[in-house]
Design a protein around this ligand. Structure first.
Ligand SMILES: Nc1ncnc2c1ncn2[C@@H]1O[C@H](COP(=O)(O)OP(=O)(O)O)[C@@H](O)[C@H]1O
Ligand SMILES: [Mg+2]
Length: 341
């Protein structure tokens, strides 16, 4: 059987910006597939090409074996798309929005009221469906988006950052809903820059950075590539440069320790990887004590997807986000500057 989605060597540039540079992905039927990456990584561009909303420069995309570039209509019928930011017409009610969506998908007239009733029931929209969408909360809007993406009963539901801006309760509700859909046989493709979201939901994940896939596999497979647990350690609440350097030397002499990084932004805390050692924390503290260094705090954790990202790119997802936000601020300043002139 053909995979639910196959993307091969996808490329898409906007002017000189290579938004997607040679992305290949295979998504199996019935799985939740997560595309994880910081803002600007190329997630939306990839998803828009998949959903036939953008034309690739090169590469191939198939959905259940059907060529998306040659047969966009047939592919659109099989896909439901929930966009990152949906521009809701605030004057329409939720029900009117769903009716519009049903018309866009050319659903048979007779089936429309039944489909809409079912969507209202499944997503619990009853209370607000006849109110104007302008008055919806973020959670209500997202539930309506989901209903809209599912109205034509697609085989594959594609969601771009499905829980951005939602509170914890609404986020958990969306997660549970997506798991339930998966269990009912719908293939789910979602993008996110929240690693907790991908970790919690995805059966398989691809990490994308600057238009390129840098790692892929199940979350567990990816974490195993880190090869050990992460240890975060502080000598003092704020450690001097001299002391942290001594600590680094002491630690680098321990055979079970690797990848030591000093985090100056966190009062010179130390991050490292330990593997193949029982009671690693105790051994570390003893080695430090032998050189007269105290331990203010020490913690060991299983690797996270952020560690996978860190290992591949040399920065954390959070740093990448901040850098992207910084670029946006600069762009904004430039615009204001130009407007002022
Ligand atoms: N319509 C567009 N015109 C110009 N540049 C774009 C357009 N869409 C995306 N880009 C650029 O392509 C890159 C990837 O963007 P995008 O796919 O939206 O990333 P993500 O969804 O991961 O945040 C970014 O540098 C972005 O600024
Ligand atoms: Mg995006």
């Amino acid at each position: 059987m053909a995979p639910a989605v196959s993307i091969e060597h996808l490329k898409k540039s906007y002017g000189t910006i290579e938004a997607v540079n040679d992305v290949s992905l295979t998504i199996e039927s019935g799985e939740i597939f997560g595309l994880l990456g910081p803002n600007g990584a190329g997630k939306t561009t990839t998803i828009r090409c998949l959903c036939t909303l953008a034309n690739p420069d090169s590469g191939t995309i198939t959905v259940s074996g059907i060529d998306a570039i040659a047969n966009p209509r047939a592919v659109r019928r099989r896909l439901g798309y929930v966009a990152q930011e949906v521009a809701l017409d605030k004057i329409l009610t939720g029900r009117e929005m769903l009716e519009l969506q049903a018309a866009l998908y050319h659903l048979p007239r007779k089936t429309i009221p039944e489909r809409i009733a079912r969507a209202i029931e499944v997503l619990n929209l009853e209370e607000f469906i006849d109110r104007k969408t302008g008055a919806y909360s973020g959670g209500m809007r997202r539930r309506l988006d989901l209903a809209s993406g599912l109205l034509h009963q697609p085989d594959v539901l594609v969601l771009d950052e499905p829980t951005v801006g939602l509170d914890i309760d609404s986020r958990l509700a969306v997660w549970n809903f997506l798991r339930q859909l998966r269990d009912d046989g719908v293939t789910i493709v979602l993008t996110s820059h929240y690693l907790e979201e991908i970790d919690a939901l995805a059966d398989r994940v691809a990490i994308i950075d600057r238009g390129t896939i840098i790692a892929s596999g199940t979350p567990n497979e990816l974490k195993k590539t880190i090869g050990g647990d992460r240890v975060t350690l502080r000598i003092r609440e704020f450690t001097s440069d001299d002391e942290v350097k001594t600590a680094q030397t002491v630690l680098s002499n321990l055979s079970f320790v690797s990848d030591i990084v000093i985090n100056a932004a966190q009062g010179n805390s130390l991050n490292l990887v330990v593997s193949g050692q029982d009671n690693a924390l105790l051994a570390i503290q003893e080695a430090l004590r032998d050189r007269g260094l105290p331990t203010f705090s020490i913690a060991q954790a299983r690797p996270s997807l952020d560690d996978v990202y860190l290992a591949a790119t040399g920065k954390t997802l959070m740093d990448a986000e901040l850098a992207a936000a910084g670029t946006r601020d600069l762009k904004q300043e430039k615009k204001q500057e130009m407007a002022g002139k």
